[in-house]
Design a protein around this ligand. Sequence first.
Ligand code: FAD
Length: 303
Amino acid sequence: MLNFWHNRERIIRIMKISELLKTKEVTISCELFPPKKGSELKKAHDLVKEMAQLHPTFISVTYGATGGISEHTVNLANEVQNVNGVPALAHLTCASSDRNKIREVLGELQEDKIENILALRGDIPENADFPLPNQYHHASELIEEIKAFGDFCIGGACYPEGHPEAESIEADIVHLKQKVDAGCEFLTTQMFFDNQILYSFLYKALKKGIDVPIIAGIMPVTNVSQMKQIGVLSGSALPQRFRMMVERFADNSAALKQAGIAYATEQIIDLIANGVSHVHIYTMNKPDVAGAILKNLSEIYKG
Ligand code: FAD
């Protein structure tokens, strides 16, 4: 038991994502979303185990969806890090919570020694007055709160094609700089399907003085329903090559899965070849898809 805690302390000391991004040549992380019901936690824990066995650099755990709160993010992040030994990145959104709720979650994360937080505003809930006096307006305000609360490594979201609410990409990048100035140590991008869009964004961000590591978010599209979600949720531009792939294999789920894995693999290889060495795979609770991509990259990413 003592050994476990000793090991645990040792692991925890090297767990800040900012450090991992500095010291590892290539990083590849995966993502999990927690179950809505507590009764599904056992299944989620099995999923964490499967994902951890793939040796990603870290595993992120989302917080609610479309702005809602999440009862199980801390539990799952704890399972990722303190049971399976993989650094955890806990997402935290503030659009549906007041400051007291946020401080409560930060206290829980601190207790579990989860040091990495992806600080997000979240989507504004429909039919809600936002922000109420006891709420944060933007992710930058949440970042300031987290920084004042404790010794966390804080990440934020960025949007190579611009956030849907932003007047322009330029305006969005100005706000992004505020997030970095508030204490954001790395950024993870929204999914994109055309690497040229990311390269252009990286150039613009650097020109505005954003010099923290930017992790490229890649979404393997392995079924038709995901295509519809992408359009609605991310507004990402879909290149002709990508559309042709989905159209051609729409009626053959196994073929579409294989093609989607190959497309994501190719995107990642092109990114790494062009100096973008940090990649986050939106694995959508699919360890088989994550595993297939990592197998394709076995000589490029060693875990
Ligand atoms: P912000 O950075 O606050 O930006 C939101 C909008 O406000 C932008 O248009 C920005 O330009 C503008 N803005 C920012 N600051 C200012 C300012 N000072 N003045 C005026 N305008 C400003 N959602 C979830 O519910 N759960 C998750 O776990 C989750 N994980 C995500 C992970 C990643 C990597 C990404 C890219 C998104 C994720 N989302 C998640 C979605 C995210 O919550 C939404 O996109 C949300 O609408 C914006 O959150 P944000 O943190 O980017 O907000």
